[in-house]
Design a protein around this ligand. Sequence first.
Ligand SMILES: [Fe+2]
Ligand SMILES: [Fe+2]
Length: 350
Amino acid sequence: MKIQCPHCQKRYRIKDEKLPVGKSIQIPCPSCKGTIVLDLTRPDRQGRQTIPAPGGPATDMPAAAAADEAGRLESELLLQWEELPPMLEVLVKIRQILQNPDASLKKVAQVVETDPGIAARILKIANSAFYGLSGNVSSVQHAAVVLGFQTLEDVVTMASTSDFLGKKLDGYGIGAGDLWRHALTVAIGTRKLVLSKDPKLENDAFSAGLFHDLGKIMLDPFIRENQVELQRRIEEGGRPWVTAEREVLGFDHAHLTASLCENWNFPPAQSQAIRYHHYPARSQANLLSYALHVVDALSAMHISPAEGTGAAPPLEEGALDFLGIELAGLTEMMEEVAVSVDQITGEMGA
Ligand SMILES: [Fe+2]
Ligand SMILES: [Fe+2]
């Protein structure tokens, strides 16, 4: 559905399936903060035929109301994040250029240099111990030459996300830089894991790993607001964190991240894997989802105070069997990943 703010005239697009069914909602315009009223009570406004009858069976009302409320929150968040954050625009442009087999180093360097912050971070990462170039990389163009386009894409992805994912998240109890380190761990680990299973997934694995928990940034204020209820469900009810999140908010960060990646036209393989990274058995045997899940669960850095109450994401039964791997074999891999993460972040002060 396309909408337009009546105050600043800015236009937005929001997927119909993200809109709550059969009600009017008010959404703050991300640009001018004015109120946009959406009348979703008519089927022709939503492209949906099934609209619950107002005042339906009393027993259905609480669930319906909760679903509507969850739909409203999700729609609002996706609308606020409808436009790609500026720090990711360079990444998207670089990916478009690199898809062309005739991509030129000069063109890549020109695009990257439109954002001096990202260009500086690219040089720090390219000069980190991880790539073994001994601090000799002096320009983005030079980095492209010595690293090659594929590795350059990884470096640009890391440089674009380090600030963005490096925020402190009070609701989740995640310190500054910790989410990015976790994301980097999962990105490197998942890529290592899929290399022996299906090397074609290598690029998607790295990107999906970096972005898999992005929804936590969006949800953090709501997690903070509902902290007492979440902790009650985790501590008294014994729920894993992600289950409590879903029960209290109506959806979880994995679902939200995947929807956002779809809106931003990320490759479907990545958004599908991200959607099920906490429950890969629902992914219809998606190898990348299983790999992401296993590395995520094993990542020691995942343990924020909120998740460290015994409610860290559990390793789903059957996940290791699906991948045909033993836990013991993964321990060594995760140790290597931790060294890589230290090497990359060492130069960045993360
Ligand atoms: Fe997650
Ligand atoms: Fe995670």
